[in-house]
Design a protein around this ligand. Structure first.
Ligand code: NDP
Length: 251
């Protein structure tokens, strides 16, 4: 019988697994978007790939929300925020990107699907588990700080993604140097926002599952931001030298 302790222990192993993968992700460019290349097997259209990869995060949380109906005020809000993020990521973002004709390796889609399946399951169960006194709503400062981080991160993530999407006005799949807003400090504000967002979620949720998801997000996105940053500098000789990859003034 699965219980909250089992989910917590699994979440800690899952987080340790993410950290062991960090050296791999720092040395192998994730082969999608600008880093897509041959040698990764069969591929599928980019837009469909995003929907398939992200859909477990939407369906699992929606199903748990409907099935268990066993949440507190705060855990209910957390589930709603998760759904909001993944409604956008699964059903809006793929239809906004301008990547016609671009492909993604099915292997990456499989990894993405599995990643979302595990993260949504452990986070959903942690938030809906019966008899879980959850979370400590007396700690108002932590909860407010978490909401501020989540909201700020989500805004930065979505706004930056759409700034990038707008750069590709023509049908060609080319790239331009983004030259506004947070792009003046970092190459990947969308990743910076996503990291802040899930850190905020973990601050509110205060459980191993949410912490593991924040760690996975960093492990996925920091190496990819470093790869994007190097790519910009190679591809555009005029790329501004003062920019960092993902954390202003730091990295
Ligand atoms: P990218 O920044 O690589 O790309 C975002 C979109 O903008 C793509 O359609 C891309 O096209 C386009 N684009 C990017 N830069 C330029 C440019 N300079 N000129 C023109 N077009 C550009 O983001 P990802 O595709 O890696 O990720 C998309 C979203 O998913 C992000 O919000 C990210 O935070 C999130 N994500 C979250 C993860 C997690 O672990 N939580 C893991 C991975 C992603 P193209 O695809 O052709 O390069």
């Amino acid at each position: 019988m699965i219980d909250i302790q089992t989910i917590n222990i699994f979440s800690i192993y899952w987080m340790v697994f993410a950290l062991t993968l960090l050296p791999v992700l720092l040395s192998v460019k994730q082969p999608y978007g600008r880093h897509v290349r041959k040698g990764w097997g069969l591929t599928m259209p980019n837009k469909d790939a995003w929907i398939v990869m992200e859909i477990p995060s939407l369906i699992i949380i929606a199903a748990l929300l409907i099935y268990y109906q066993n949440y507190t005020f705060i855990s209910g809000i957390l589930l709603a925020l998760w759904l909001l993020h993944y409604l956008h990521r699964t059903l809006i973002f793929p239809f906004m990107i301008k990547t016609k004709g671009k492909q993604m390796p099915i292997l990456i889609v499989f990894f993405g699907f599995f990643f979302n399946l595990v993260n949504a399951s452990i986070n959903g169960l942690s938030l809906t588990f019966p008899n879980d006194v959850y979370p400590d709503v007396n700690d108002n400062t932590r909860i407010i700080a978490g909401f501020l981080l989540f909201g700020t991160g989500m805004f930065i993530n979505i706004y930056s993604d759409y700034q990038l999407i707008r750069l590709r006005r023509s049908s060609a799949n080319g790239y331009k140097i983004p030259n506004n807003w947070l792009f003046n400090w970092i190459s990947c504000p969308n990743y910076f926002g996503e990291i802040i967002e899930w850190t905020g979620f973990a601050v509110i949720a205060w459980n191993p599952a949410a912490l593991s998801f924040a760690v996975w997000t960093m492990v996925n996105l920091i190496p990819r931001a470093i790869d994007h940053h190097k790519w910009y500098k190679n591809y555009f000789p005029e790329y501004p030298l003062n920019r960092k990859a993902v954390f202003p003034y730091i990295l």
